[in-house]
Write a new protein. Structure first.
Length: 444
């Protein structure tokens, strides 16, 4: 159905029927997936390709969308000092939030002690579980990590689909276009046209989001079962409490200090958050979040740089998971860590929480990478978590997504690159339906 691009005379978007809103369709897909996985577990587990296929379609588009967004955004700034200032402020904020996330996990697991009393013998654990993930873990050394950002070739960065190498190439190309002057104008025009085509194509892919969410949830429940949450239910509850506390207390305070509402921000991005919930991946939400940040009044040159950067350097959900899971293993295996050992572990996690960015199941991979270089904790202890990790991956992705949206708005405000009146008006409107209509007109 094509929506009239002119819209009503008062300038507002035509409201679509609720059942045609993407977030409603995704929510229905999640509920149906849970029901099918619970009632017909074998059939539900067999639906895994639906979720995997949707995520692969999205990942196929992420690298070129990030490239076009960052190049066009940085090229519009023209001031290299402004770009450097944005990068520095973003990294300072990201690492501050990561420290807060690590401490949130530490406090939660220390207070609730989900692993106390389990008395698991390390010899009884299966070391092969950790071995499967060890080779996926990125290097934990700082020099190796920085070298990992540099792709083997220009095209290789897009072929591998990792955000950081694409981010590096995008910044270099944007600087080159600015330096080239008039000679770079045709290339910039081509990138802008390609960007519009990419977002239009992505609009078609997002119509499959309810199907992807259905398949992913049916597989999760069918494969692991709701009952599997019971044995380690306290650990799952502890993790969700830690994530909730981080979002409400840390991100809520950050939003309030900068003059906007966290709750209204979450409500504004609810379509993207429900897609993250259904697919356990924040990548499908990236293009939509970029467009909504622009509608909130954030300049593309700043928000288009901060949000993709946050996907690699601001994985707060994974940071919470790292401290909580590590200390859970210590409690379960009766390993007593001193405060000095815990401090050293937190310092290591500041790096490993970034090192697995772009890897499927990055939270679990980062945990293995951390335990591999921590002689005091058994790497085989991850076998205790493999059965319930999927139930915590949604919270990891949701927490990181909310944090990155808030951080993008905050850095834009710090850089005077966000129209505060537009931000307030858009957040107050609760216009998810209106946004959907705008997207429908754009992709029709």
């Amino acid at each position: 159905m094509r929506v009239d691009a002119s819209g009503p005379s008062d300038g507002t978007a035509t409201r679509k029927p609720f059942y045609r809103l993407l977030y409603v369709q995704v929510l229905v897909g999640v509920v149906l997936g849970i029901a099918v996985g619970h009632v017909w577990p074998d059939f539900g587990a067999a639906l895994k390709p639906l979720g995997d296929g949707f995520v692969k379609l999205v990942k196929m588009m992420i690298a070129p969308i990030v490239f076009c967004t960052i190049v066009s955004g940085i090229s519009s700034l023209h001031d290299n000092r402004e770009i450097a200032r944005t990068l520095i402020k973003s990294m300072v904020l990201f690492y501050g939030l990561t420290v807060a996330a690590l401490l949130a996990g530490l406090v939660a697991v220390s207070v609730l002690e989900p692993g106390a009393g389990m008395h698991v013998a390390v010899s009884s654990l299966d070391p092969s579980v950790a071995a499967r993930y060890t080779k996926q873990a990125s290097p934990v050394g700082f020099a190796d990590f920085m070298l990992h950002i540099i792709p083997h070739s220009f095209i290789g960065a897009f072929a591998e689909g990792e955000v950081l190498p694409v981010l590096l190439i995008s910044i270099l190309v944007a600087f080159g276009i600015n330096r080239a002057g008039n000679a770079g104008a045709p290339l910039m025009k081509g990138i802008d046209s390609f960007s519009h085509a990419l977002f239009a194509s992505f609009g078609f892919i997002m119509k499959l989001a309810p199907l992807g969410a259905f398949g992913a949830m049916a597989f999760t429940i069918g494969r692991y079962g709701i009952r599997s949450m019971g044995s380690l239910g306290l650990l799952i509850l502890t993790f969700y409490v830690a994530c909730g506390a981080f979002v409400v207390l840390v991100l809520g305070a950050l939003a309030r200090i900068n003059g906007f509402s966290l709750w209204k921000t979450i409500r504004y991005f609810r379509e993207e958050l429900l897609i993250v919930l259904g697919t356990s991946s924040s990548e499908p939400a990236l293009p939509g979040a970029l467009r909504k940040l622009e509608r909130l009044g954030c300049q593309k040159g700043v928000s288009g740089l901060v949000l993709p950067l946050g996907y690699s350097f601001n994985l707060d959900g994974s940071a919470i998971y790292l401290t909580l899971a590590s200390l859970f293993i210590a409690q379960a295996c009766d390993v007593h860590l001193s405060w000095g050992q815990i401090a050293a572990m937190l310092g290591l996690m500041l790096l490993t929480s970034k090192g697995a960015a772009g890897v499927t199941g990055s939270g679990f991979v980062a945990l293995v990478a951390t335990l591999t270089v921590m002689p005091d904790l058994p790497v085989a202890g991850v076998a205790l978590l493999i059965g319930i990790d999927r139930f915590m991956s949604e919270a990891r992705a949701l927490t990181s997504m909310i944090s990155n949206c808030v951080a993008s708005i905050v850095v834009s405000l710090w850089e005077n690159a966000c129209d505060r009146s537009t931000l307030t008006r858009e957040l107050d409107q609760n216009g998810a339906a209106a946004v959907s209509c705008v997207e429908t007109r754009q992709f029709a």
